[in-house]
Write a protein that binds this ligand. Structure first.
Ligand SMILES: *Cc1c(COP(=O)(O)O)cnc(C)c1O
Length: 391
């Protein structure tokens, strides 16, 4: 790709696409949103990093804290990977335990201990968990099915007790797989009964499904929250936040070391703060309307062409799972017809629609996606599905 503007991208061969990837989530207002670009251009001439606190860092931190009642304090890092890595280090120090629990198909960045049965590209490419990761490290990670309380309770009860359970409260890296009603609240309760901390990885869902992320959307707060993607406005940023007593474990106040040369740099923080200012209550209603319109159009196209598929959507995140009726966990998602997805993806690409190139990813709608982009996408899908290639 060589250019992006709003909901569209252009490749090096001069082809134009409606873009449902949106850089995998950060671009909730679309490509090259003018106010965000202006913030970048206005900030950069004054210096791109000081290795010291600066006003833009405080501005983004205050916006995040005001959006998430469970975040009293936060540390800015440079990526989502660092946010989850740091959250786990804090949880291990707070509990003096080593084992962690994650869910099959959830993705938490590419640090050693979190690649066990991970989603996203690791699922798409089917890479082994063990390549380059010593068993001494991966052995500290238990990976269990999502949406299965019995599996969670069994893993919590096993010895040694886990320091933390890390979860995407709205999994989107095995495709969109929403939690069953009551599941997240029961998860938190079961963890706390065992003295285990709950880490919500909201790198995708944070500021995406609601200003306060999935924890606002589903009404269940976490002990520690990881953010990334949207909070950088399209530039590299991450954050880990939570209760003050947990964040105070980080150096220099506490003994848990963390640092990052360019973490919270002024350009990324200005871009992020500017993007967050666009995310008003009306913006979330608009994202919901756009997601609903896309879902409705696709649903009709599937029905009219006799194509069996599950559409799973929360707000502006959506996945079409071919050949199945419902995905509650990674085993369900993996039972989808990935060959049919591949044929659908290529045919859509030929018709100028850029979808995430995997069955195990979410489509990202943005504020820049208008009726025209939705209509163009649905028309292309209807044409492709009518040919029967996804049946
Ligand atoms: C993208 C993502 C990460 C990793 O973030 P990077 O900035 O790519 O390191 C972690 N967790 C979730 C849920 C993500 O979607």
């Amino acid at each position: 790709m060589i250019r992006g503007r709003g909901a569209r991208v252009w490749d090096a061969d001069g082809n134009e696409y409606v873009d449902w990837v949106c850089a995998w989530g950060p671009l909730v207002a679309g490509h090259a949103e003018p106010s965000v670009i202006r913030a970048i251009v206005d900030t950069a001439p004054h210096g791109t990093g000081f290795g010291a606190p600066h006003p833009a860092e405080i501005e983004i931190a205050e916006r995040i804290r005001d959006s998430f009642p469970s975040i009293e304090k936060l540390r800015l890092v440079t990526s989502g990977t660092e946010a989850t890595m740091t959250a786990i280090r804090i949880a291990r120090a707070a509990t003096n335990r080593a084992r962690i629990v994650k869910f099959e198909g959830c993705y938490h960045g590419h640090s050693d201990g979190l690649l066990v049965r991970a989603g996203s590209g690791a699922a798409t490419f089917g890479v082994p968990d063990s390549a380059g990761v010593p068993e001494a490290i991966s052995g500290l990670t238990s990976s269990i099915p999502f949406n299965d309380l019995a599996a969670l309770r069994a893993s919590l009860a096993a010895d040694p007790a886990p320091a933390a359970v890390i979860v995407e409260p709205l999994p989107a890296n095995m495709g969109v797989v929403p939690p069953a009603p009551g599941y997240l609240a029961a998860l938190v309760e079961a963890c706390h009964a065992r003295g285990t901390l709950v880490i919500f990885d909201e790198v995708i869902s944070g500021l995406r499904v609601a200003r306060g992320g999935a924890q606002e959307y589903f009404g269940v707060p976490a002990d520690l929250t990881c953010l990334g993607k949207i909070i950088g406005g399209g530039l590299p940023v991450g954050a880990v936040g939570g209760r003050a007593e947990l964040l105070d474990l980080l150096a220099p106040l506490g003994p848990v070391y963390q640092a990052g040369t360019l973490s919270g740099n002024p350009v990324a923080c200005s871009a992020g703060a500017t993007l967050l200012d666009l995310l008003t209550p009306e913006a979330y209603r608009e994202l919901e309307r756009k997601g609903a319109a896309l879902e409705e159009g696709l649903r009709r196209a599937l029905r009219d062409t006799g194509t069996r598929a599950a559409i799973q959507r929360v707000g502006s995140l959506l996945t079409v799972f071919f050949g199945i009726d419902r995905a509650w966990d990674f085993a369900d998602a993996r039972s989808a017809d990935t060959a049919a997805f591949g044929r659908f993806f290529r045919a859509m690409h030929e018709r100028g629609v850029n979808l995430p190139p995997s069955q195990f990813e979410a489509w990202f709608a943005s504020l820049a996606h208008g009726e025209q982009e939705i209509a163009q996408t649905v028309a292309a899908a209807r044409e492709v599905l009518a040919s029967g290639i996804a049946r």
